[in-house]
Design a protein around this ligand. Structure first.
Ligand SMILES: Nc1ncnc2c1ncn2[C@@H]1O[C@H](COP(=O)(O)OP(=O)(O)OP(=O)(O)O)[C@@H](O)[C@H]1O
Ligand SMILES: N[C@@H](CCO)C(=O)O
Length: 326
């Protein structure tokens, strides 16, 4: 459940009055998500999403995220578009926290992922990379290689409670990743959290096949290697619940991506390393949350060991062939 900030009816009405979108008809907290408080707000002119930004979002970075969504939406990417208040302002305050309203996107995240979903995701991600190429804003990725060790230092003492030997495993892998992390791959705007819950699909009316209808949750977006985004998605989309890797889904994802933006030989060769790094990122943030979320908290903790297993898989690879590509 991700509604950290409760909003009263009066506070909601006053907040919505700041926009030219009619009066509030109803609103409800959205249970999904872990980072921010989200509400579905119905007004006389339709549905909107209200986000109240919580702990992990740095208010100073909000203009970057808002301008990025405006940039991508203006170039035809189906993503939330921030609403301007009557005074022109996008970033506002509600219940003492930064807040913004965005357009509501139709569609649903895929519950049972198929190779078709992975192919569609690959294409949509590549389109986002191309549309983001002329975005003027930049934001360093604080959850890439230089951010992992400080995060590890904050949770290393608890690691062995989660799995005996985990502390030594992470320490050894971190040393290796820091030594071998690439320096010169094609870079640009990446989403950095394009998990299945952040991608909406709708069935095509004629073919009945699921098409991507929208990408949401740009609050980890940053400037980094484009192939790192691909690696994050290989991890998030191509493993089965029993932890086995599905090379058919990986091939579909990579081919879908490559149809729009072909990956260079360097990017392909580096994928196993990038995928290990991407697994390290989510292993560490989940480990940190696991150790720091009090028992009984409203938010459901995600299993860090899922990403330990993913890291181990990529660690054993010598090239991108295991991802189903020649
Ligand atoms: N623009 C939108 N249109 C429709 N639904 C949305 C939109 N934005 C968010 N939602 C709904 O709200 C839920 C939570 O949103 P979001 O993933 O942005 O939250 P979060 O707390 O930042 O989550 P995460 O844990 O993925 O970082 C989504 O799963 C979706 O159901
Ligand atoms: N997608 C993240 C959580 C939200 O950023 C994870 O699964 O760990």
């Amino acid at each position: 459940m991700a509604v950290y900030t409760e909003v009263s009816d009066d506070e909601m009405r006053a907040f919505i009055a700041g926009y030219d979108i009619g009066d509030v008809v109803s609103y409800t907290g959205i249970a999904e998500g872990v980072e921010n408080s989200n509400f579905l707000v119905q007004t006389e002119t339709g549905p909107y999403i209200l986000t109240i930004y919580e702990k992990r979002v740095n208010p100073a970075e909000l203009p970057f995220f808002v301008q990025l969504m405006e940039h991508l939406a203006a170039r035809g990417l189906a993503c939330p578009t921030p609403l301007h208040g009557r005074d022109g302002v996008v970033l506002r305050q509600l219940c003492g926290r930064p807040a913004a309203m965005v357009t509501f996107l139709r569609g649903m995240s895929a519950k049972r992922l198929s190779a078709g979903h992975c192919a569609a995701l690959g294409e949509a991600m590549a389109q986002m990379h191309l549309k983001g190429a002329d975005f003027a804003g930049t934001r360093a990725n604080n959850l890439s290689v230089s951010g992992w060790r400080p995060l590890f230092e904050q949770c290393r003492d608890g690691a062995d409670q989660v799995k005996p030997g985990l502390q030594a495993f992470i320490a050894e892998r971190l040393d290796e990743l820091e030594k071998s992390w690439p320096k010169t791959l094609p870079s640009g705007l990446i989403h950095a959290d394009l998990f299945p819950d952040n991608v909406f699909f709708m069935a095509d009316k004629e073919t009945r096949e699921d098409r991507v209808s929208g990408l949401i949750d740009f609050y980890f977006a940053c400037t980094d290697f484009l192939a790192y985004d691909v690696a994050i998605c290989l991890n998030a989309w191509c493993f089965e619940p029993d932890s086995s890797f599905n090379a058919t889904k990986a091939r579909a994802l990579l081919n879908g991506y490559g149809k729009v933006r072909p990956l260079s030989a360097d990017e392909l060769d580096t994928l196993p390393l990038l995928a290990q790094g991407a697994a390290m990122r989510f292993l560490l943030t989940r480990l940190y949350d696991w150790l720091n979320t009090p028992e009984g908290a409203l938010v459901k903790r995600k299993d860090p060991l899922e990403y330990y297993r993913k890291l181990r898989f990529h660690q054993g690879l010598t090239g991108p062939g295991a991802y189903g590509i020649a």
